[in-house]
Design a protein around this ligand. Sequence first.
Ligand code: ZN
Length: 174
Amino acid sequence: MKTIRIAGDPVLRVVADDVEDIDGKLITTCESMLEAMYDAPGIGLAATQVGIQKNFFVYDEDGEPKVLFNPKLVESSGSWDYEEGCLSIPGIYLNLTRPKKVTVTGIDINGNEIIIEADELLARLFQHELDHLNGILMLDHLEAGAQDEQWNEFNKLKESGKIKIAKKGSTPFD
Ligand code: ZN
């Protein structure tokens, strides 16, 4: 199972490169990421969150595990408030306003180009994961003062020892 990296780890700030080949090794990586995501538990996990600089994420849609390679946001509309959490920033939840509906293109597990129109929770999930693949974390959407407050809160949680932080290259959650 892949280890989910926690905020403060520089891998969360890298911008992912497009996937060129969907081979067996990559599919195995996706399975391992899905395992980590469901174990967390969460509903989405971007490759950069497990230290892989590749442009894809895994997610759950109505109980079904899915993968989207080379996702691109092509359209967004409306506005929706939702309390967001992040597996890389455990313990912090933010009420963020983002577009309500999005259209995302990408490649599915079978190598087919697909277009997905998503609303509300699924749309939010896509926007959150697309951010990760660009090195953006949910706290970046807050104003500077509020960001500091939330990072301080998170650092306190980290210092309290309530959050397990993986050593680089180790797999303590396996
Ligand atoms: Zn996240």
